[in-house]
Design a protein around this ligand. Structure first.
Ligand SMILES: Nc1ncnc2c1ncn2[C@@H]1O[C@H](COP(=O)(O)OP(=O)(O)O)[C@@H](O)[C@H]1O
Ligand SMILES: [Mg+2]
Length: 360
């Protein structure tokens, strides 16, 4: 049976010499039963520490952890009914696939008569029917990874925690394993927290993504919500690509703000307009897809093409708009539209419906 997880005001401070390092800072979050939530943040943002607190390997300095509504903060790790997959989850090399998968069932004292059926079922689910008698070194890397998944999912954990489980795999295997994890998780209805610093993994895998930065929860939402309606500059920058520019607020009305950027005046309707005040510094975020390039005259900003790369399905430009200030933009492929050369003067427009402003 899968259960929800509630984190209430979790904090963790570590002593470092005489100082206290705040690794986790007041995190509250509910993960629903059967939900897949990704914790996404840069290295050092507190992801592993939160996972270790949920698992019971670490005590929080403050706050509570509830699983299925039960407060488990003071329970031992092995009394919490949680499954884990961490980065280096090697198989037992001297055991067959069957024994690798059966290992946890035996440890849980599942009756011996039920084990073969459970092992066969899960191996079939991960597409490994018939390899029971092989040893790990007789399997491909991808097959070994699937055995590792089978070994955890066969235990039908109430909650499954994964900490960058695919970090050591090459890109194509990683993509396949992501799909595999997603399929198993959906099929079995396992409540999952998946920790990663890779936004692509988080966005493809999760029902909701919790964005962490310096131990704090910046925002939690569906991948689309985070992309379409970031609540701050960190999320705007971390999810998808964004050009970040500094501006000064000139005027604010009910649904827009007028912001001075690179000496020009820009009307912005998205972001956190309601928090801006005239005279404030503001951060502007514009996705490269919302930047259009054209003739230098009459444009919102003037710039010069600093670099141009062929990115497969489009050209990608970096345009210098002020000394040291680069704006990234996309353009048509040769033969499909105008192509700029490095050094060309160019005019830049920001799509006003796609430009966001946040307090700094
Ligand atoms: N056992 C520990 N002792 C001291 N500091 C720690 C310990 N574990 C983690 N930290 C610090 O806590 C912060 C968050 O670490 P961590 O949770 O591992 O981040 P992430 O998994 O997001 O990379 C980092 O600054 C790290 O150095
Ligand atoms: Mg970590």
């Amino acid at each position: 049976m899968s259960l929800g997880i509630s984190l209430h005001q979790l904090s963790k401070r570590f002593a470092r010499g005489k100082e206290a390092v705040s690794a986790v800072d007041g995190i509250s979050l509910d993960v629903e039963a059967k939900e897949m939530v990704a914790f996404l943040g840069p290295s050092g943002s507190g992801k592993t520490t939160i996972l270790r607190i949920i698992a019971g390997f670490e005590r929080p300095t403050e706050g509570r952890v509830l699983i299925g509504g039960q407060d488990v903060t003071d329970l031992e790790a092995n009394a919490r009914g949680i499954g884990f997959i961490f980065q280096n989850y090697a198989l037992f090399p001297h055991m067959t696939v069957f024994d690798n998968v059966a290992y946890g069932l035996r440890a849980k004292r599942v009756p011996a008569g039920e084990i073969p059926r459970k092992v066969a079922e899960i191996l079939e689910m991960v597409g490994l029917k018939g390899v029971e008698k092989r040893f790990p070194n007789q399997l491909s890397g991808g097959e070994q990874q699937r055995v590792a998944l089978a070994r955890v999912f066969v235990l039908d954990p109430r909650v499954l925690l994964m900490d960058e489980p695919l970090a050591n795999l090459d890109a194509s295997l990683r993509t396949r394993m992501l799909a595999e994890i997603r399929r198993l998780q959906r099929h079995l209805g396992t409540t999952c927290i998946y920790v990663t610093h890779d936004q692509k993994e988080a966005l493809t895998l999760a029902d909701r993504v919790a964005v962490l930065n310096r131990g704090r929860l910046e925002q939690v939402g569906t991948p689309l919500e985070l992309y379409e309606a970031p609540q701050n500059l960190f999320v705007a920058d971390f999810i998808g690509q964004a050009n970040l520019l500094r501006g000064v607020v000139k005027a604010v009305s009910a649904d827009s703000a007028e912001i001075s950027v690179c000496g020009r005046s820009l009307r912005v309707r998205r972001g956190r307009i309601e928090t801006l005040k005239s005279g404030d510094a503001a951060g502007i975020a514009v996705r490269p897809s919302a930047v259009s390039l054209g003739a230098a005259r009459e444009a919102f900003l003037q710039g010069r093409v600093e670099s141009r790369i062929f990115a497969g399905d489009r050209m990608e430009y970096e345009i210098e708009v002020e000394e040291g200030v680069l704006v990234r933009a996309y353009g048509a492929l040769p033969g499909r539209g105008f192509v700029f050369s490095e050094g060309d003067p160019v005019g830049i427009h920001f799509d006003p419906g796609e430009t966001m402003a946040f307090p700094l």
